[in-house]
Design a protein around this ligand. Structure first.
Ligand code: AP5
Length: 215
């Protein structure tokens, strides 16, 4: 099964991708995390991506498409995957379709999360993440057991560089302009599943699972 998760920054793509990975036993391919790791490691991709990410802009399409082409053909992806953060615009969606078609595969479900912007701001300004293992928390909605420490590996929790209010506004504008047209694109393919991302992570997950298994 190949699932795409789409939606505004902070709508819960990563939170739901983690649960879906556990439920369906397929890997989660998270472009934001892949890029943050590349930046941390100072790879050529990371060096290109850093400035764009800091500003809340999209990293150039050729960089992302090459990165995903390589990752999507890894052996652990043979049985399917969850795309978290890709495709993000029409060029990426068309490239994704071409890659899948060449392998005689297709996207089965594109889940679009709707979350109001005031809620997005609350989620992103309170988000904390573990730079060591990638786990995500929220100071109010999903607090760690020990303040400032990751439940999974014990490392220190940090605020993401692009979770400052000014950058969040820029990311929201990029989302509206570049990503929302994908609803029409995937709607025409009959794979669009719109879901309210408001509610607890568990209730949102239950809705996603029921839509996926019913479709
Ligand atoms: P990326 O990391 O993908 O950022 P994003 O799309 O802005 O999404 P987020 O990771 O911020 O949020 P999320 O939807 O995963 O929410 P989460 O589950 O963490 O991309 C970062 C940057 O990389 C981009 O700006 C761009 O520069 C670049 N990039 C990435 N992909 C690219 C691409 N394809 N092309 C070009 N550039 C690309 O949840 C957020 C918070 O809310 C957490 O604290 C969580 O605990 C909490 N939460 C989650 N669900 C709930 C709930 N139901 N109720 C209450 N709280 C909740």
């Amino acid at each position: 099964m190949r699932i795409v998760l789409c939606g505004p920054p902070g709508c819960g793509k990563g939170t739901q991708a983690e649960r879906l990975t556990g439920q369906f036993g397929i890997p989660r391919l998270t472009t934001g995390e892949m890029l943050r790791r590349a930046v941390q490691a100072g790879t050529p991709v990371g060096q290109v991506a850093q400035g764009y990410m800091h500003r809340g802009a999209l990293v150039p399409d050729p960089v992302i498409i090459d990165l995903m082409r390589e990752r999507m053909t890894d052996p652990d992806c043979r049985g399917g995957y969850i795309l978290d953060g890709f495709p993000r615009n029409r060029t990426q969606a068309e490239a994704c379709d071409r890659m899948l078609k060449a392998a005689r595969e297709r996207v089965d479900h594109v889940v679009f999360f709707d979350v109001p912007e005031e809620e997005i701001l609350r989620r992103l300004t309170g988000r904390r993440e573990c730079r060591q293992c990638g786990a995500t928390f929220h100071m109010t909605f999903q607090p760690p057991q020990q303040a400032g420490r990751c439940d999974r590996c014990g490392a220190e929790l940090c605020q993401r560089d692009d979770d400052r209010e000014e950058t969040i506004q820029r990311r929201l504008a990029v989302y509206r302009e570049a990503t929302t047209p994908l609803m029409e694109y995937y709607g025409r393919q009959g794979v669009l599943r719109r879901v309210s991302g408001v509610g607890t992570p568990e209730t949102v997950f239950a809705t996603v699972c029921s839509l996926i298994t019913r479709a």
